[in-house]
Design a protein. Structure first.
Length: 99
């Protein structure tokens, strides 16, 4: 991972804005895959896959540590994101089963 060396506050903030834009795009992409997964499930209990959630949390915490980030920050972000995406997946599952 390479970070551009900025020479002004304005430049640094512009780079942060670009990163934020990419983060939002990646979260949207992740959510699109979550919605696809809903079509492979046979019931709502499968959606709330606690073992898979713990595997994801463990993996991203380890990645955070390797990158010098707070694993607790990443943990909190992912728990919030996963909770919201589970709800999204449940809605997708219910809608898919109506047709």
């Amino acid at each position: 991972m390479e970070t551009k060396k900025c020479t002004t506050l304005k430049e640094a903030r512009a780079q942060i804005d670009k990163v934020d834009e990419e983060i939002v795009k990646l979260i949207a992409k992740r959510n699109d895959y979550i919605k696809q997964i809903a079509h492979f499930k046979t019931n709502i209990d499968e959606i709330k896959a606690e073992e898979r959630i713990q595997d994801v949390i463990s993996r991203v915490r380890a990645q955070a540590i390797s990158l010098g980030l707070s694993p607790n920050l990443i943990n909190d972000l992912y728990v919030r994101m996963i909770d919201a995406m589970v709800e999204s997946e449940i809605e997708e599952f219910k809608n898919a089963k109506r047709y």
